[in-house]
Design a protein around this ligand. Structure first.
Ligand code: TYD
Length: 206
């Protein structure tokens, strides 16, 4: 199915909300419907993304919060240049699991100004057509994180995630949809599909 232009859809939220599962299901659904879909995630698997993943698993070490913020920006610049912008130009639907709102929320929770992070990113990163912020109870998030992993990364301490979540709550804009992530996966998925149908101008939902 051909689209009139490319569309960028981002999924955001604290860890353990089911965001990545939802992103995968949405990508599968849109592909099965016949749309050209590119599925991305940040941090990426590129050089900067790998540095970030090392911090996530081994701790920050002597990397300062300023440097860490810069790693995320560098990683995203690469992602925009190599993946996001070309796919949008080719008229594809780009589904991205985390984007610059994560930087605003997570690095914002370290003391940086979230609005300034958003402004700095929007200089080079296209604003999403649709931004899903999936929020649920932190208790449920932690149950999911515990079920899925052996250990907690340095970014998953509860008081930190409380702060991250509060910052996600402050974001505003017509492109933002706040989604309750607590209901069963399929129910949440239906809500996302409805929103995508509206965005793409499709009348029927399957
Ligand atoms: P993610 O890949 O969603 O984690 P996982 O797949 O292991 O669940 O993201 C890794 C972590 O990076 C997550 O805790 C959020 C954090 N993060 C930031 O702090 N800033 C950012 O800009 C991004 C994209 C992620």
């Amino acid at each position: 199915m051909k689209l009139d232009r490319g569309y960028l859809i981002a999924l955001e939220g604290v860890d353990g909300t089911g965001k990545s599962t939802q992103c995968g299901l949405l990508a599968d659904f849109l592909e099965a419907t016949g749309y050209p879909v590119v599925r991305l995630r940040e941090p990426t698997a590129g050089v900067w993304g790998q540095k970030i993943r090392t911090i996530l698993t081994e701790g920050r070490g002597d990397v300062s919060p300023e440097e860490e913020l810069q790693y995320f920006i560098n990683d995203r610049k690469e992602d925009v240049e190599q993946n996001i912008a070309p796919a949008l130009k080719q008229g594809k639907i780009v589904l991205i699991d985390r984007y610059y709102y994560s930087t605003a929320a997570y690095q914002g929770a370290l003391g940086f100004d979230p609005q300034k992070i958003i402004e700095d990113n929007e200089v080079f990163a296209p604003r999403p057509d649709l931004l899903f912020i999936i929020q649920g109870s932190l208790d449920e998030s932690f149950r999911r994180i515990e079920r899925g992993r052996e250990g907690f990364s340095s970014f998953e301490k509860r008081d930190y995630l409380e702060k991250v979540r509060k910052i996600f709550d402050t974001f505003t804009g017509d492109h933002i949809r706040r989604i309750n992530g607590d209901p069963p996966i399929e129910e949440v998925q239906q809500v996302l599909r409805q929103e995508v149908h509206v965005l793409l101008g499709i009348k029927e939902i399957s």
